[in-house]
Design a protein around this ligand. Structure first.
Ligand code: GNR
Ligand code: NI
Length: 166
């Protein structure tokens, strides 16, 4: 397995729209394993392929405390959204940045698993937030897109300052 480099805002590659996955081969299995390793090491509760410069519709998630609930979503589609909830979000592509975002409170998502088998998942609370956050990534959207231009500008400046040190 291998750790992958996570792209950081404002890297323009984070705006790439991911392509659907059609081949469930060995290379895909390795990409999935490498993304889990990268997410657990970060640590994060989700990682979208876009964040590691792989522009295919692939998401890994694990919101458990013990790394025992890995979830793979390939070519995901949200088929139902209910309610509205505002929660604080973070993102591995925005180190140290947290902001409140309004999203659906419950979602139903259809996706393929790592073997290409279709499944449907109903999610609420943190898992629902995470699924929506990750699907945004593979469509080239970022959580700061929901903030005011002023807040977004402040975040951009903060990250620029942090990156000057390297
Ligand atoms: O690790 C993460 N935590 C998190 C917290 C609240 C809402 C969304 C997230 S996802 C984030 C990892 C990440 O950047 N995924 O794209
Ligand atoms: Ni993110």
């Amino acid at each position: 397995m291998a750790l992958l480099e996570i792209l950081e805002y404002p890297d323009p590659r984070l705006r790439t729209e991911a392509q659907p996955i059609a081949r469930f081969d060995k290379a895909l299995q390795k990409q999935i394993d490498d993304m889990f390793e990268t997410m657990y090491q970060a640590p994060g509760i989700g990682l979208a392929a876009t964040q590691v410069n792989y522009h295919h519709q692939l998401i890994v998630i694990d919101i458990s405390d013990d790394q025992k609930s890995p979830l793979v979503l390939i070519n995901p589609k949200i088929v139902k959204k209910e309610g509205v909830e505002e929660r604080e979000e973070g993102c591995l592509s925005f180190p140290g940045v947290y902001a409140k975002v309004q999203r659906a409170d419950r979602v139903t998502v259809e996706a393929l698993d790592r073997n290409g088998q279709p499944f449907t998942l109903e999610a609420d609370e943190l898992l629902a937030v995470c699924i929506q956050h990750e699907i945004d990534h593979i469509e080239g959207r970022l959580f700061v897109d929901y903030l005011s231009p002023l807040k977004r500008e402040r975040i951009k400046k903060k990250l620029k300052k942090l990156n000057k040190g390297r």
